[in-house]
Design a protein around this ligand. Sequence first.
Ligand code: AVI
Length: 330
Amino acid sequence: MHQEPQVRQGDAVRRTRRAAQALDSMIAEVRAGLARRPLPELPCKYFYDERGCALFEEITRLPEYYPARTETGILAEHADAIVDAVAPCEIVELGSGTSRKIRFFIDAVRFRGWLESIQLLEISEAALRASVARLQHDYPEARVGGVAGDFASDLAELGPGGGRLVLFLAGTIGNLHPQELPSFFREVAGVLEPEDGFLVGVDLVKDEARLHAAYNDSLGVTAEFNRNILRVLNDRLGADFDPWDFDHRAFYDSERQWIEMRLRARRSLTAQIPAAGTTLSLQAGDEIRTELSCKYTRETFAARLRGTGLELERWITDPQCLFASALLRR
Ligand code: AVI
């Protein structure tokens, strides 16, 4: 079953109802997150305004940040075999960012003469529009559509599928709390037909020193990325954070097998967040949690799939077992 085109004439990027209400959702999430005790938190999706996207791009080029180049190596070698296994005519990417790695798959599908459509789902509308325009230019024979939305809540916007290979790359699955995975996997299963494939990039448990370095780079790009979330709050909610009042902190919790990023107040301060009708008072040393980046083994990842309607079909790693590409089926 092949889906109807979702591209609107004159505008290939559709905004989800949720994206249209993005400010309301953001206000509610920020208010709830900052009210949490003992550790206030902010949803990591708010890193990604234009500056945040650019900083993340810079992170992917850092020598310490192994996930990006490792996944690229795996996909360069195995995209053809994955495409042969799934035989898709539509490639979908969730959290598509700059949409570079998707090209391994588009090229393989095009080479086989199967390419019909490409759909991107991305929270940053600027990044989405740029990617849709580039892909439409480079693959004129394909229908290229974009959904400006959140992969955690807007999957239904993709519509019914069939002949679909859905990509969720970069280890972004790790930015969901492990408890959120079962419902996320169930949602994904809901947009897949039995012959479709879901390819997930999974960052693996490894020695702590390498993990620590990846999130504490020597140039301080990750620190700037972390502080950017406060600039986003300033821009969108009229908050008055001075990002330089905060130190970047990232550490590996070996029991929970996740990297935790935080911002630590350098001094006592009170920040106003007018659009959210709230203030945040911190003492020197108090922290805000800004991101989890969970690391998995094949076993811990497979355990999260149980009962979700998705099954692990292939688990491909690089030779050093730093990162895995997991092919899942409904
Ligand atoms: C997007 N995501 C997979 C990155 C990660 O590694 O969790 C975000 C990031 N945070 C700090 N550096 C990169």
